[in-house]
Design a protein around this ligand. Structure first.
Ligand SMILES: Cc1ncc(C[n+]2csc(CCOP(=O)(O)OP(=O)(O)O)c2C)c(N)n1
Ligand code: SF4
Length: 281
């Protein structure tokens, strides 16, 4: 599969700020899809959903069928796609504002349902498209035009929330390391069930204090962990500024029956590799 086939050629250039780490995420996703295709996946079997935000523009730069959903609603949209055709590999792209603010309830239910969906969160700790207001993961004290005195509460820890919501694949990566991010995304795609990849990214225009954290980051060894062990690792970084180290990699992975396996009609479609329309009356 050539990189060209995954690219949409439009008359308009990519509109992310030059130097934005969304370019790296785009590169990682393409690499992960290409590697999955080399191992037997079909490009036509992929579908994507995005939220609204800088991250959401990725739908214009990928040659994959999909829906640019409403802000906060990509996960229920993806769930609808899976119910329509349980054989699709659905990739969901959301910003931290999108998923951890308006979309937070869907995030929790996605973990519980365990539909075979891959969620990739572009976490720049800011509502960037709307000029940098604080999101649930912004650090305490972060000042924006909307909060000139600074954010007063502590950030949400999405890794802990994903674990508590029973997500069966929970990982964190660094957008600036596109090869490692691609490797984790490929594993998330392969995982059967709800996979969540929190991608730490710099926004070079807003919330700049949280940029350039590479030196604090380290990779977790690849090994099976209990949920309690994963929770302890998730505690290491609280999304605030400070000296805390930032663990990257797969925190937790578990095999559990998916929504599609538990729902008999969907399981039937999956086994026959067909969609509802192709089912004999
Ligand atoms: C239902 C709804 N609520 C709010 C908005 C306004 N809105 C559009 S983009 C955006 C910020 C997106 O931030 P985030 O999801 O973090 O993505 P980023 O721009 O940082 O990639 C907001 C609040 C909207 N378009 N629709
Ligand atoms: S505002 Fe930030 S996240 Fe949005 S395109 Fe520019 S650098 Fe990227």
């Amino acid at each position: 599969m050539s990189e060209k086939k995954l690219r949409v050629d439009t008359a308009n250039p990519i509109t992310w700020c030059p130097g934005c780490t969304n370019f790296e995420i785009l590169k990682s996703v393409k690499l992960a899809i290409n590697n999955s295709i080399k191992k037997g996946e079909k490009l036509t079997n992929f579908a994507m959903v995005t939220g609204i935000g800088c991250h959401g523009k990725i739908i214009d730069y990928m040659n994959i069928s999909g829906i640019c959903s409403l802000h906060g609603r990509p996960l229920p949209t993806a769930l609808g796609m899976k119910i329509g055709n349980p054989n699709l590999k659905v990739l969901v792209f959301e910003g931290d504002g999108d998923v951890y603010a308006e979309g937070i309830s869907h995030f929790i239910h996605a973990g519980k349902f365990n539909s075979d969906i891959t969620l990739l969160v572009h976490d720049n700790q800011s509502f960037s498209l709307t000029t940098g207001q604080s999101t649930p993961t912004s650090q305490k004290g972060y000042k924006s035009k909307a909060e000139p005195l600074g954010k007063f509460e502590s950030p949400l820890n999405p890794i802990k929330l994903a674990l508590a919501s029973n997500a069966t694949f929970v990982a964190r990566t660094n957008a600036r390391n596109f090869e490692f991010t691609a490797e984790i995304i490929e594993k998330a795609i392969k995982h059967k069930g709800f996979s969540f990849v929190e991608i730490i990214q710099d926004c070079i225009v807003f919330n700049k204090d949280i940029n350039n954290r590479d030196k604090k980051m380290y990779k977790l060894p690849n090994k099976k962990r209990t949920k309690l062990e994963a929770m302890k690792l998730a505690e290491i970084y609280d999304y605030n500024l400070g000296k805390a180290k930032i663990p990257l990699g797969i925190f937790y992975e578990e095999k559990r029956k998916t929504l599609e396996e538990l729902w008999p009609q969907l399981h039937n479609l999956q086994k026959k590799k067909i969609n509802w329309k192709q089912m004999k009356k």
